[in-house]
Write a protein that binds this ligand. Sequence first.
Ligand code: NAI
Length: 334
Amino acid sequence: MTILPVSFYDSKPYDRQAFEEASVGLALDWRFHEFRLGEETAGSAKGAAAVCVFVNDRVDAPCLKMLAGLGVRLVALRCAGFNNVDLRAAAAEGIAVVRVPAYSPYAVAEHTLALLLTLNRRIHRAYNRVRDLNFSLGGLVGFDLRGKTVGLVGTGRIGRVTAELFRGFGVRLLGHDPHPEVSWAADIGLEYLDLEGLLERSDIVSLHLPLTPETRYLVNARSLERMKPGAYLLNTSRGKLIETKALIAALKAGRLGGVALDVYEEEEGIFFEDHSGQPLQDDELSRLLTFPNVLITAHQAFLTREALSQIAGTTVRNLLRLRDGGPWVEGTSL
Ligand code: NAI
């Protein structure tokens, strides 16, 4: 059996475990690197037929040119989003790009709900207080979700599961999507609106759409102005969907009730690493962290056992197709 060498970037112990388990006996030679792939590090792919990358590796035109020069034939994204790969440059260099278009949407949808419930009921603050033997309740008042209006921007796989989870709380559901799922919406009782209408009517707005040149800064000063005073904003999709400067201005003005983020505009180089011993160099992230009504997790919505094992399984199948000459599985080729 031909052995396929694969350079694996931004690897963490949980990735290693999931990918090694998914490839037992399959002749994939993993070369795990803890650093990220980019133009500066692309030389490390020497001898590899494929590279396996995640959300914050920067697979731009100069990086792809170097990879092509080294004989790399495939970029295998171990995630759904592919905004960090220059697809046109990849095609020009003759490098195929595959991703994991679908894996446990429950992981991300459940994390979205976890963030909202934590933020609304101040669980993060209460937890710290109680551990400090402070059993007072001042400042911990939340609201009932029942009867509130939730607007989902993007009703693809994750948006739909999120809507179904929200339904259990007795909320009213609004959606915005250029490709509406009309019969699903009718079944679940979700009303589609244009973005402006959704922003104006929602008590909670949750983003579940990809980052593209068109959706970059979808949430900006104008859209934030349109949101109900005191509304909550949730983003478990991609950081650049929100213009952070405008978000900070809205928070400073007290216009938003709460903001929960699993992603951040400039997360690359910050998230996934321990920076606790150093001064934080990102002033906007520092500012966001000072607001009592902002809750941030570091891009962990995907991080469940089930999702990791599905991501590893699909990526391994994609790599075996490269070794065995295609075709790509489940339409994953981009
Ligand atoms: P999907 O492709 O199933 O659904 C995306 C939906 O967004 C589609 O229905 C599409 O029509 C819609 N859409 C596109 N442009 C839009 C616009 N301008 N306004 C409103 N809707 C728009 O994707 P899926 O699986 O639901 O994932 C959504 C996003 O979640 C991904 O693109 C990715 O960025 C993010 N994600 C985040 C993770 C995390 O760990 N935080 C993990 C996995 C995905």
